[in-house]
Design a protein around this ligand. Sequence first.
Ligand SMILES: [Zn+2]
Length: 260
Amino acid sequence: MSVDLETDLGADLEIVFNDILPRILDEFDSRGIKATFFVVSDLLKNYSKEIKEIARRGHEVASHSRTHSFLNFDNSWEEINSSRLDFLDVGIDVSGFRAPGYVTVSDHKHLAMVKRAGYSYDASFAAYLPGRYFRPLIGRRPYVAHGDELKKSESKKLIEMPMPTLIWPSGLNGLSYFKLFYPVSFWIARLFGMRYMFYLHLWEFIDVSRLKPNGIFEKLIACGCGDKAWKIFMKYLDLAEKQSVKFVSCKEYLNSKGLS
Ligand SMILES: [Zn+2]
């Protein structure tokens, strides 16, 4: 289970931290769910107490960059490396990195930077989402990232945890898409079972009238945010319980597969 904690869609951070975060932490507690929260490290400036609380409640805190700017050749290293240092400053040693919007510079260069910054896994590659990136042949399961640049750098291996977003029938692993294609998405999950990773954003539980989507893509993603998204997510979690799916953090998952 992975949760992105960021400022996308003009999310009001007071609502996110004071209302939604406590609600999701309580829900996860009551269902015995452990998750990885990919957090934008700039949020530590005003919300370090709340972010530390996530870790105190037994979840993994990982990095979702420093400012949530989409990565490019100019900002990648700064966003990847300084974010890890920001977390270390408050005593959180993060192992994982997820790029904002799943946008990265070339695969090898991105992975080499993530490794050089001291992370042990990356979760920035999405298998397929038309219009933004195209990696139809990428693995649908975590794998050891290879490549000359990676082998040359430090001895520790780097794991990639790709998100199979829209590839049938393994797609619909993000709450945004799950609610967009609901109830078809629900039938697919019921019929084919769940994939190895799910992700959501905390702003998805803010009422749509209080969001500020920018452009057609964001307007589409904002559809059904608020109570509807919460109800659909609860239905998804109920289905997971029926299918005996146990949600754990990325780190726990990699440990259990001997990939850490
Ligand atoms: Zn994000």
